[in-house]
Write a protein that binds this ligand. Structure first.
Ligand SMILES: [Zn+2]
Length: 184
């Protein structure tokens, strides 16, 4: 017996009626970037089914360099999978931050200092991860992703906040494409 035992039993029930999907474009043509918080699983809150959407999760749902790298690769992969079907549009990245985020504690300098000492992580990295006001951080992260040089011009980005109290998702920024680089 491990703590995984009940979950493995659920998997056994799942596998009984399972039908495998071929590798292909995600059905919803959306990539979700969101927090790893177990209260906001997008499969449940957004009704995602198998094959609908890749989901990238980290503490806060922040657009980190690792997230930007993953999206750059997904853009390349989607181009390969779509072939010529998608001339100007591969997918939309939906950045979803949420209220009551556990990273919000990191906005407090004393808490952040203790977290840095306990984990060995730099205080600046912890400060950058904090989601104290999701409406502010989601705007910042949509901007960061749109400014990333590796982002395909065929990928759009939108920003949303999920409210833990109501279960409701609010769109803060509608989907937009990166601005073409200005050459002098
Ligand atoms: Zn969170």
């Amino acid at each position: 017996m491990t703590r995984m035992t009940p979950l493995i039993e659920r998997n056994e029930r799942f596998a009984r009626t399972y039908t495998p999907l071929p590798l292909g474009p995600a059905a919803a043509q959306v990539v979700i970037v969101t927090c790893l918080d177990h209260r906001i699983d997008p499969a449940i809150t957004l009704g995602l089914r198998l094959g609908d959407a890749p989901v990238i999760r980290n503490a806060g749902g922040r657009v980190t360099p690792a997230v930007i790298d993953d999206i750059a690769y997904l853009g390349f992969l989607a181009g390969q999978l779509f072939g010529d079907q998608a001339a100007d549009d591969l997918f939309e990245v939906a950045v979803v931050h949420h209220t009551q985020c556990g990273t919000g504690f990191l906005a407090d300098p004393g808490y952040r200092h203790r977290a840095a000492e306990a984990t060995g992580l730099p205080e600046t990295a912890l400060e950058a991860a904090a989601v104290a006001d999701p409406y502010t951080t989601v705007r910042a992260d949509v901007g960061r992703l749109l400014a990333a040089p590796s982002l395909s011009p065929k990928v759009s980005v939108s920003g949303h906040v999920y409210d833990i109290a109501t279960g409701r998702l609010t769109t803060v920024l509608d989907a937009r494409y990166p601005q073409p680089a200005v050459s002098n």
